[in-house]
Unconditional design. Structure first.
Length: 309
C-alpha cells in the first residue's frame, strides 16, 4: 500500500519540491558513498554523514553529472546531446568515482568519436544497462514536470548520450517519471509503471508493488529487488525505499542499508522523496554537512530554483 499524501505535502511549493529533488540526489549520494559495495548486515542502522575518502558530505559522479545536466538544460532549454556531452566533459573530475563505462565514453568523445555513436560501442556494441543515466536525471524531471510525455522523451534523449542499452535508457525514463509524479503529487508507482518499456523494468516494478505490501527489512528487500548498478535493479530498489517510508530521513537511510550501489540507490531515493516532501523535509544537519563552494550545495539550490522557474 502506498503512503497517502498529507495535507502538508500538498501545500509544498514547487520551488521547494525542485530543491528537494536535486538536493535529495546530493544528500543520498553523499550519505551512501562511504558504504558502497557493503552488505546490508554490516551497514549501521543509524546511517549518518561520515568522514570518507574525500571528506564529510562530499559527492560523487552522481551529483557531479546531475549538476552538469542541470546547467546544460538551463542554457539550452532542452536536452541538446552535443552540448550535454560537452558539459559532462567540462565537469569531469576523475576523483569523483566515475564508472568505467562513462570513462570509456568520455575517452571516445575526446578521441573524436561522434556523441551519437560513442555510447553504442561499449559492452560489445550493446551499450551500458547501468544506472548512470538514471542517477543524474532529476533536473530533467524538474524542468519538464508539467508535461509527462515530453519529460519521458527528454529523459531518454539525455540517457542515450552515455547509455545505449534499452534497460539503461528505460531506467532513466522510469526514474524521471517517478520524480515527475512526486513533483505533481501523483501516484509515483503508477507513473513508473506507465513509463517502463522494457521487460526487466516492468517485472521489477511489479516486484516493488508486491514487496510494498509486506514492508520487509533491508536484507529481505535486497534479496528480492537487488541493489546493483544495473538500472532495472537499482531504480526499483530506490523506488521501494522512497515509497515504503513516510519521511526523507527514513527513506534514504533504508536505501543505504540495502548495500550494493549505495550512493546511487540512495541518490535516486532521495530525488523521489525530496520531490514529494520538499527540501524542507531533509534533516538540517545533513544539509549543513554537504560540500559547498562553487559547485556545492548553494549552487545546486540555485539550479533547482532556475529549473523550476
Amino acid at each position: 500500500m502506498l503512503l497517502p499524501m498529507t495535507a502538508h505535502e500538498q501545500m509544498i511549493d514547487g520551488v521547494d519540491r525542485a530543491r528537494g529533488a536535486l538536493l535529495g540526489t546530493f544528500v543520498g549520494d553523499a550519505l551512501g558513498m562511504p558504504f558502497e559495495g557493503l552488505r546490508p548486515d554490516v551497514i549501521p542502522v543509524a546511517v549518518e554523514m561520515v568522514e570518507a575518502r574525500r571528506g564529510r558530505g562530499t559527492y560523487t559522479d552522481d551529483t557531479q553529472m546531475m549538476i552538469a545536466l542541470a546547467e546544460s538544460l538551463i542554457e539550452r532549454g532542452q536536452v541538446d546531446e552535443q552540448h550535454l556531452a560537452g558539459a559532462f566533459l567540462a565537469a569531469y573530475d576523475p576523483g569523483r568515482g566515475y564508472g568505467g563505462g562513462t570513462r570509456q565514453v568520455f575517452a571516445l568523445w575526446t578521441a573524436g568519436a561522434p556523441v551519437a555513436a560513442a555510447a553504442g560501442r561499449l559492452f560489445g556494441g550493446n551499450g551500458s544497462r547501468g544506472n548512470g543515466a538514471a542517477m543524474r536525471i532529476a533536473p530533467v524531471a524538474v524542468c519538464f514536470r508539467e508535461d509527462p510525455e515530453r519529460l519521458r522523451a527528454e529523459a531518454a534523449r539525455s540517457a542515450r548520450v552515455t547509455h545505449r542499452h534499452p534497460v539503461g535508457v528505460d531506467g532513466a525514463v522510469v526514474q524521471a517519471a517517478a520524480i515527475g509524479a512526486a513533483l505533481r503529487d501523483e501516484d509515483v508507482l503508477e507513473a513508473a509503471r506507465g513509463a517502463a518499456q522494457t521487460e526487466p523494468l516492468r517485472a521489477r516494478l511489479e516486484d516493488v508493488g508486491t514487496v510494498l505490501v509486506d514492508r520487509q527489512d533491508p536484507q529481505q528487500v535486497r534479496a528480492q529487488l537487488r541493489s546493483s548498478s544495473d538500472a532495472a535493479e537499482s531504480v526499483c530498489a530506490a523506488l521501494y525505499s522512497a515509497l515504503a517510508h513516510p519521511t526523507f530521513e527514513a527513506a534514504v537511510r533504508f536505501a543505504v542499508r540495502l548495500g550494493g550501489d549505495t550512493d546511487t540507490v540512495a541518490a535516486m531515493a532521495g530525488a523521489i522523496t525530496g520531490a514529494r516532501h520538499g527540501a524542507r523535509s531533509i534533516p538540517r544537519p545533513w544539509l549543513e554537512a554537504l560540500e559547498d563552494g562553487e559547485r556545492g550545495r548553494g549552487h545546486v539550490e540555485q539550479l533547482a530554483a532556475r529549473l523550476a522557474g
